[in-house]
Design a protein around this ligand. Structure first.
Ligand SMILES: [Zn+2]
Length: 388
């Protein structure tokens, strides 16, 4: 198959190329060459990018206004069926790779395996299983409580046994759990060190939910691979990120979507109160981290209130508008950098890479909102969605 691109952003920061043919053989890209030297295209689009990579999603959450309430009421089978639907919607919007950072009852792991086995259509996936949190701590409703370094090791082993291919640890409180204070540290440094060591011994990368300053630095010093949210980071944290090459996944969409629906009366008051505080810190600190040279990987926390899986383009837009990234830089963060963090493929359009492509109707480098006008989505060389 040949896909002809009016303009191609290949996921790197190289200058975009015009009028190119992407030749696909089987599931992979065979070549990228000037259209003049190519054949007759099977698909033509104004602009082509790599399939988008969302490094932070929750497949069993679908943007319900009250996450904890919804999960408490929804039977497990229903949650699994919703997960099938949410990843399909995301895929149709161009999200061809996701990392699930917390689900209950092995839902995300089962979904990943069903997709890989060809049973259902969905994105390339990694899944962490349950999050590892302190007793009653943030995320307990999708979590496994650990209250000592040895339990941290056991928690990691359990997730590995259940089929997890990454690990998530909760270093601070968060917005969506009643009673958990985002600024407060939760898992202890010793628990983080033990869990991270155990995961790394088995080749699994570890993400840490961390909003408060102390918890962010606890996780960075413990050797975490990525900080999720990171909204209350300080100068010392920025230095630690840079020294260690740790990724920051800022999930800008998450507080933004909660606050856009402040007046609806649909979200619990504790969520609104906490989101306000977190958002204020986010608007100041994440831009500073980006400007200081911290590696930013795209991830939206899709599934949180009004933060729909099919709306990942919004995260790319916010990296442009809130952080001051160029559209191409934001696209780079939401493809190649996020893919590097997840570690399944390179997230770029190049010979030898999986043929995961997003074709849109206008130049996304000129106006990043073009990512919303999806013409076609390819995963593994198959057209999985075509508009109209
Ligand atoms: Zn999350």
């Amino acid at each position: 198959m040949i896909v002809r691109a009016g303009i191609l952003y290949d996921g790197t920061m190289d200058a975009p190329r015009r009028n190119v043919d992407i030749t696909i053989e089987g599931t992979r890209i065979a070549s990228v060459q000037n259209a003049a030297d190519g054949g007759s295209p099977d698909l033509t689009a104004a602009c082509v990018t790599p399939g988008l990579v969302n490094a932070h999603v929750h497949v069993e959450m679908n943007g319900q206004p009250d996450t904890m309430g919804a999960l408490a009421q929804m039977p497990q089978n229903d949650r699994l069926l919703h997960a099938v639907e949410t990843v399909r919607k995301g895929l149709n919007a161009g999200v061809t790779t996701v990392r699930d950072l917390g689900s209950s009852a092995g839902i995300a792991i089962a979904l990943r395996d069903a997709i890989n086995g060809g049973l259902i259509v969905g994105p390339r996936m990694r899944a962490c299983g349950n999050v590892l949190c302190m007793t009653g701590g943030h995320g307990w409703f999708i979590g496994r409580a650990i209250d000592s370094p040895w339990e941290a090791r056991k928690g990691v082993r359990e997730q590995l046994w259940a089929g997890a291919d990454c690990i998530k640890m909760m270093a601070t409180g968060g917005v969506l759990t009643k009673g958990a204070v985002p600024g407060n540290a939760q898992l202890l440094p010793e628990e983080l060190v033990a869990g991270i060591d155990e995961a790394h011994r088995h080749g699994l990368r570890v993400a840490s939910h961390a909003i408060g300053t102390e918890g962010i630095k606890n996780a960075l010093r413990a050797g975490i691979d990525s900080i999720e949210h990171g909204h209350m980071l300080d100068d010392e944290a920025i230095e630690l990120f840079k020294q260690r090459g740790t990724y920051l996944v800022p999930t800008l969409t998450a507080p933004t979507c909660i606050l856009e629906h402040l007046e609806d009366g649909t979200q619990p008051q504790f969520v609104l109160d906490k989101a306000r505080v977190v958002n204020e810190a986010m608007l100041v600190n994440i831009r500073r981290a980006y400007e200081a040279g911290v590696k930013i990987a795209g991830g939206s926390d899709a599934g949180t209130p009004f933060n729909f899986h099919e709306n990942y383009a919004y995260e790319v837009e916010l990296m442009h508008t809130l952080l001051g990234m160029s559209p191409q830089r934001a696209l780079h963060a939401a493809t190649a950098v996020a893919a590097e963090l997840i570690g399944l493929h390179r997230g770029i359009v190049a010979a030898g890479e999986p043929a995961d492509l997003l074709a849109v109707a206008a130049d996304a480098g000129a106006d990043v909102r073009a990512l919303r006008d999806v013409r076609a989505v390819l995963k593994d060389g198959q057209i999985v969605h075509r508009a109209g």
